[in-house]
Design a protein around this ligand. Structure first.
Ligand code: IMP
Ligand code: MG
Length: 176
């Protein structure tokens, strides 16, 4: 892979400060909840979920799911690759995503989890591309709105690269 040019959009300190605020908000909102299940969407959410879940103080557990989305001819399709195994009936679930782009993944997951009779399903996303949103989904815990650019770092990848950067940067994909 050739050199990838990046420009920092959200630095590490800003992200960490915001994640801490979101954790405080979650603590307040779920103060009466005795077991919050925080479900991260692989792979992108692994860093956000690990930071967020360590900053909340309420009783919580973490779990992961994996989905793939198709943007080709069957547009709008999301497929479950790996589901959670535990029963969420009567439980509070917080879906944790790295990014809401079109919103398709979160809409799909929220609806799916709501069919399983949980006590509640809420959503968190570190960043959202507001101009790209096509699927109406309320994000209960949103880090930042960002412009419609491809971003990497803090879990987000470009062709599986750059996920582990501590900041979020904008990239210019090389022209083919
Ligand atoms: P959706 O369109 O909201 O369903 O987003 C689908 C998935 O596309 C996200 O969960 C990310 O994994 C990926 N994605 C969308 N935009 C970006 C980006 O700028 N950088 C890295 N991954 C992205
Ligand atoms: Mg993702």
């Amino acid at each position: 892979m050739g050199e990838i040019k990046t420009k920092i959009l959200l630095d590490e300190a800003r992200i960490q400060a915001r994640v801490k605020e979101l954790a405080e908000q979650i603590d307040q909102d779920y103060a009466d909840c005795d077991d919050l299940i925080m479900v991260g969407v692989l792979k992108g959410a692994f860093i956000f979920l690990s930071d967020l879940s360590r900053l909340v103080a309420i009783r919580r557990s973490v779990d992961f799911i994996s989905v793939s989305s198709y943007t080709g001819s069957v547009s709008g399709n999301v497929r479950m690759l790996m589901d959670i195994r535990r029963n969420i009936e009567g439980k509070h679930v917080l879906l944790v995503e790295d990014i809401a782009d079109t919103g398709r993944t979160l809409v799909y997951l929220k609806h799916l989890f709501e069919t399983r009779s949980p006590a509640s399903v809420r959503t968190a996303a570190l960043v959202r591309k507001l101009d790209r949103m096509e699927h109406e989904v309320h994000i209960d815990y949103l880090g930042f709105d960002i412009p419609d650019v491809w971003v990497v770092g803090y879990g987000l990848d470009y062709d599986e690269q750059l996920r582990t950067l501590p900041y979020i940067a904008e990239i210019e994909p090389p022209t083919q």
